[in-house]
Design a protein around this ligand. Structure first.
Ligand code: SAM
Ligand code: DTB
Ligand code: SF4
Length: 331
C-alpha cells in the first residue's frame, strides 16, 4: 500500500492511507445504536482534531441565478421559477469589501460561489483577480464555479486558490433523479483535475433529498474512497426552496442528519467535516449533537448563496455556550 502525505492548513502533515470502504460497511455504521455511533465518531474526532475548535467559512455569491444546469434542489437553476433574479457578476471591489467584513467577523476562509455550469475564459479573468485579492488579505480562499478544465485549474492554483468546492451531491445511483444536465463522471473528472493542479478538495453532498439510507452511505463511500479523500467535506441538509422540484420533499429526521455527520467523521478521519446548509432550520441542540458527532466547520454569516444562515450573533452565542472557538481566535 502506498502512503501519501498531505499538508493541511492549520494542522500537521498527516499520512493518508488509501481507503476502501464497502457500502455495506458504511450502512453498518449508520445502523449502529446512536450512542455507539457517537462514541466511535468522537474517538476518531479526538484522535485528529481539537474537538472544541471550529473552522468558519463565509460564502459570497459572486454570480447569482440563471444557471443552465437543472439541479433539482437549486434555487439558481434557470429551469425553476424560484424568484431568484439572474444578476451579473460582482465587481472586484464588492468582493473585497465582503471578504474584509467576513474576516473582521472572525471567518478564516472565504468561499466565492457562482451559478455556472462552467466558467468562461472571460469569467476566469475576473475570478483570478478576486482570488488574488482575497488571498492578499490573508484569508484562505475557496471557490465553487462548476466544472473546470485543466487550464482553469492551473489558473486558479496560480492565483492562490487554496480549496475548490465541487460536491458529488448524492450517490451515483440517485444522481439521475436530481440532475439531468451533467453526469456523475463529470463531477469526478473536475475533482481529479483540481487535485492534479495541487489544490485542496472540498467535496460533499446534500442529504434529505428523498435518498434512502443505502444511497446516503453510497455518497459517503464515494467520498471516503477518493485517493486521497477531500480535505473539506460539506454535509448540506436540503434547504427547500419554493419553485424547485424538491420543495415538497419530506423532512429528514434530524437525528439521521447527525448520523450522517458521524459516519462522515468516521470514514474521513482527518477531513474538516462541515455542518453546512440547513443550519438556520436546526435547533441549537441538534447543532450541538452535530459537533459531538465530529462536525468541525460551519458556514458563517447571515447568507449562504441565496438563502439564509444563522446570524453571526447567534453563532457566537452558540459557540460560547458550547465552549467552542474558531481558528481565527488565538488560543
Ligand atoms: N454551480 C456550481 C456547482 O453546482 O458546482 C457552484 C455553486 S452550487 C450552488 C454549490 C452547491 O450548493 C451544490 O453542489 C449543492 O451541493 C449546494 N446547494 C445548492 N442548493 C442547495 C439547497 N437548496 N440545499 C442545500 N444545498 C444546496
Ligand atoms: C456547499 O456545500 N454548500 C454551499 C457551498 N458549498 C457553495 C452552498 C449552499 C447553498 C444553499 C442554497 C442557497 O443559499 O442558494
Ligand atoms: Fe447551477 Fe450549481 Fe445550482 Fe446546479 S447547483 S443549478 S450547477 S448553481
Amino acid at each position: 500500500m502506498n502512503t501519501q502525505t498531505i499538508t493541511f492548513h492549520h494542522a500537521v502533515k498527516k499520512p493518508v492511507i488509501p481507503q476502501s470502504w464497502r457500502v455495506d460497511e458504511v450502512v453498518a455504521l449508520f445502523d449502529l445504536p446512536f450512542a455507539d455511533l457517537m462514541y466511535r465518531a468522537q474517538q476518531v474526532h479526538r484522535e485528529h482534531f481539537d474537538p472544541n475548535q471550529v473552522q468558519l467559512s463565509t460564502l459570497l455569491s459572486i454570480k447569482t441565478g440563471g444557471c443552465s444546469e437543472d439541479c433539482g434542489y437549486c434555487p439558481q437553476s434557470a429551469f425553476h421559477s424560484t424568484g431568484v433574479e439572474d444578476r451579473k457578476m460582482l465587481e472586484l471591489d464588492a468582493v473585497v469589501t465582503a471578504a474584509k467584513a467576513a474576516q473582521a467577523a472572525g471567518a478564516d476562509r472565504f468561499c466565492m460561489g457562482a451559478a455556472w455550469r462552467e466558467p468562461s475564459e472571460a469569467d476566469m479573468l475576473s475570478v483570478v483577480e478576486m482570488v488574488k485579492a482575497v488571498r492578499g488579505l490573508g484569508m484562505e480562499t475557496c471557490a465553487t464555479l462548476g466544472m473546470l478544465n485543466d487550464v482553469q485549474t492551473d489558473q486558479l492554483k496560480e492565483a492562490g486558490l487554496d480549496y475548490y468546492n465541487h460536491n458529488l451531491d448524492t450517490s451515483p445511483e440517485f444522481y439521475g433523479d436530481i440532475i439531468s444536465t451533467r453526469d456523475y463522471q463529470d463531477r469526478l473528472d473536475t475533482l481529479e483535475r483540481v487535485r492534479r493542479a495541487g489544490m485542496h478538495v472540498c467535496s460533499g453532498g446534500i442529504v434529505g433529498m428523498g435518498e434512502n439510507l443505502t444511497q446516503r452511505a453510497q455518497l459517503l463511500a464515494q467520498l471516503a474512497n477518493m485517493n486521497p479523500y477531500p480535505e473539506s467535506v460539506p454535509i448540506n441538509n436540503l434547504v427547500k426552496v419554493e419553485g424547485t422540484p424538491l420543495a415538497e420533499t419530506a423532512d429528514l429526521d434530524p437525528l439521521d442528519f447527525v448520523r450522517t455527520i458521524a459516519v462522515a467523521r468516521i470514514t474521513m478521519p482527518s477531513a474538516r467535516v462541515r455542518l453546512s446548509a440547513g443550519r438556520q432550520q436546526m435547533s441549537d441542540a441538534i447543532q450541538a449533537l452535530c459537533f459531538l458527532a465530529g462536525a468541525n466547520s460551519i458556514f458563517y454569516g447571515e447568507q449562504l448563496l441565496t438563502t439564509g444562515n444563522p446570524e453571526v450573533e447567534r453563532d457566537r452565542a452558540l459557540m460560547d455556550k458550547l465552549g467552542m472557538y474558531p481558528f481565527a481566535d488565538k488560543h
